[in-house]
Design a protein around this ligand. Structure first.
Ligand SMILES: NC(=O)c1ccc[n+]([C@@H]2O[C@H](COP(=O)([O-])OP(=O)(O)OC[C@H]3O[C@@H](n4cnc5c(N)ncnc54)[C@H](OP(=O)(O)O)[C@@H]3O)[C@@H](O)[C@H]2O)c1
Length: 288
């Protein structure tokens, strides 16, 4: 990669940002696509977020990803947002069109593409058991409802947040086939009889000492397992792999949400396989 006077700048705002894998696969994608573009990590202290967004205009930065902890706060600083950002109140991508900044969220669509393209799983007509009621759960469940799932079980540590998510899906999508399950009752066998897809959107599994989310007895060969945690192989993924159950971890979603951002900025399809290979090579070299 050679930086020239004509290089187009993109990047990510986070705090911290050192752990971000996005520079690895976005720069690989630019290089492969023959684009004179670069993707840079920007460590942005939350109190400077407004100034950092202004800098996108000042420096004619073409596109920015937004990661923890800025996703909720960034929409107030851009000029417009797409429908999903309006609905969810979070943005993870900014596109700069001649100084006008528009916010998008690519997590939901990235997850769906990952599920279909990497997992070969179409959620239409399926029964889904989803753990979590945080930001990712709101984004993913809305996308799944739009994709035509039949039934949804929501299970979250804080019951009231699951109720909020249920009300949100009813209000905005008219979707009512939702059962809320108390977190301590999650492994009751009767809940698992007709489950086609189980999704973990919680941070359980990010650390080695985390609890067992789903007991092995409830994971049948008919289930597809999706765990959006991507920093390590969770117990849920390890158990699924051991049992030969179809599964995906969060790396696939991470790449596809980035692929959607890439296309929003460049207007061309993202080279997804190149992006995956870049992460694979990076991790082979002992990096997280
Ligand atoms: N693969 C990707 O591209 C991608 C993208 C975004 C996020 N993620 C991952 O998804 C996870 C959640 O992210 P988020 O942005 O949705 O976070 P969030 O809004 O903070 O939500 C966190 C969720 O995890 C639950 N939780 C946290 N600690 C728990 C514990 N010890 N026991 C039970 N439940 C617990 C919370 O339950 P309560 O409501 O009870 O607090 C909540 O449902 C993180 O691991 C993140 O890295 C992956």
């Amino acid at each position: 990669m050679q930086i020239t006077g004509e290089t187009t700048i993109t990047g990510v705002f986070g705090w911290p940002v050192k752990h971000s894998l996005s520079p690895v696969f976005q720069n690989a994608a630019f290089l492969y696509s023959g684009l004179n573009w670069v993707y840079i990590p920007f460590e942005v202290n939350p109190e400077n977020l407004g100034k950092a967004v202004d800098a996108i205009r000042v420096f004619s930065i073409k596109g920015i990803n937004i990661t923890i902890p800025h996703k909720k706060n960034v929409p107030q600083y851009v000029d417009s947002v797409d429908d999903d950002v309006n609905l969810l109140g979070v943005a993870n991508t900014i596109v700069n069109e001649n100084g006008i900044l528009k916010g998008y969220t690519t997590d939901g669509i990235g997850f769906l593409r990952s599920l279909k393209e990497d997992g070969g799983f179409d959620p239409a007509g399926k029964n889904v058991f989803m753990f979590g009621s945080g930001g990712s759960a709101f984004a993913l469940s809305g996308t799944l409802v739009k994709a035509g799932i039949s039934n949804l079980i929501i299970c979250n540590r804080t019951y009231e947040k699951a109720v909020m998510l249920k009300n949100h899906l009813k209000k905005h999508f008219g979707f009512e086939n939702i059962e809320i399950v108390q977190f301590k009752k999650r492994n009751h066998p009767s809940l698992w009889k007709n489950v086609d897809l189980v999704i973990n959107t919680t941070s359980i599994g990010m650390n080695e000492d985390n609890i067992i989310l789903v007991e092995e007895k409830n994971l049948s060969e008919n289930i597809f397992v999706y765990d959006i945690v991507y920093n390590r192989k969770t117990n849920l993924i390890e158990t699924s792999l051991k049992r030969g159950i179809r599964c995906l971890d969060g790396l696939s979603m991470l790449i596809f949400q980035g692929a959607v951002s890439f296309t929003l900025w460049t207007g061309i399809d993202a080279p997804v396989e190149i992006m995956k290979k870049a992460i694979g090579d990076y991790r082979k070299n002992g990096k997280k």
